[in-house]
Design a protein around this ligand. Structure first.
Ligand SMILES: NC(=O)C1=CN([C@@H]2O[C@H](COP(=O)(O)OP(=O)(O)OC[C@H]3O[C@@H](n4cnc5c(N)ncnc54)[C@H](O)[C@@H]3O)[C@@H](O)[C@H]2O)C=CC1
Ligand SMILES: O=C(O)[C@@H]1CCC=N1
Length: 264
């Protein structure tokens, strides 16, 4: 059911556009947005065919990717449901459960996909939760679809809200931390451009250290911390300010909101 090279993307906002850019080299894309100009501007850049109506997009597709906001589902679902025949539906909707999707699309094969914005650069995360067991062939199809997007994680549905917080929303929190570090550089006398360059390379290097060793992050942190040196002074302030607890609570607030969306 997942076979075929024709994909409809419904909703060509941030994620729909990102998917179109990454998938257009390998698939025939049919793009639909209720703001037609958004789909058209993607067609003009060579990222697929803009469809003037939903029927054209879905009729042409083997797979339909739903990339509208969860809050738009109620309004959009009846028409989409009336047009689906044999297609598989891939839903990006944060928090929207398979059970909820099944109430709108009872006879449709459904896969929940939770990406993050870094898929637009091929360095994203892609969480996948199918509505039932997939065949070897279907797994291969989904892997080849996800391959241009980033690293795939197969998830049971009970884990997808946590994955949404950690992997889906996570880049926003990392970017706030980076922004704050750049501002620390400005506070210490660097201009913004220099500070940003220093911070970006420092963050990249930190990840590289972690990825190229089997050490725990805390052990690497100790390698950086000289006795009575500069790093331990900063680490003490970090603990006094409850930064770790703050970060954990940021993710838990995000998780809680995802759970709320699941119960809407
Ligand atoms: N932005 C992100 O980083 C991530 C978003 N998601 C999920 O992806 C989905 C899309 O999010 P974004 O792209 O950020 O939203 P967006 O607001 O940028 O894009 C949604 C698009 O859907 C269109 N749309 C709304 N109702 C429609 C309808 N009935 N028919 C056709 N088009 C319609 C809008 O015009 C808009 O272009 C959401 O469900 C979100 O939970 C998942 C992971 C990451
Ligand atoms: O903020 C949101 O609801 C979406 C889901 C994950 C990232 N953005």
């Amino acid at each position: 059911m997942l076979s075929g090279n024709n994909i409809a993307i419904i909703g060509t906002g941030t994620m729909g556009r990102g998917l179109a850019e990454r998938l257009s080299q390998s698939y025939n894309l049919f793009l639909y947005d209720h703001h037609y100009d958004k789909a058209l501007s993607l067609e003009q850049k060579g990222f697929g065919k803009a469809c003037p109506d939903l029927k054209t997009a879905i009729d042409n597709a083997d797979i339909v990717i739903l990339a509208i906001k969860p809050q738009s589902l109620k309004e959009a679902a009846p028409l989409i449901g009336s047009l689906l025949t044999e297609q598989t539906l891939i839903s990006l909707l944060a928090g929207t459960t398979i059970n909820t999707l099944k109430t709108y699309f009872p006879n449709t094969r459904i896969i929940r996909m939770m990406p993050n914005l870094a898929i637009t650069k091929g360095e994203g995360l892609v969480g996948l939760t199918p509505d039932s067991k997939l065949s070897e062939n279907e797994i291969m199809q989904l892997l080849s679809l996800s391959d241009p997007l980033g690293k795939v994680f197969w998830l049971s549905e009970e884990k997808i809200n946590a994955f949404t917080a950690l992997g889906g929303s996570g880049p926003a929190f990392v970017l706030v931390m980076i922004e704050s570090m750049v501002e620390a550089g400005i506070a210490m006398g660097f201009n913004a451009k220099d500070s940003e360059q220093i911070v970006k390379q420092m963050v990249k290097g930190s990840l590289c250290l972690l990825e190229n060793s089997d050490k725990h992050p805390g052990e690497i942190k100790w390698q950086i911390s000289s006795p009575a040196g500069t790093t331990i002074a900063g680490l003490l302030a970090l603990e006094d300010l409850n930064v770790r607890s703050g970060i954990i609570n940021v993710f838990l607030a995000c998780f809680e909101r995802t759970n709320e969306l699941s119960s809407d």
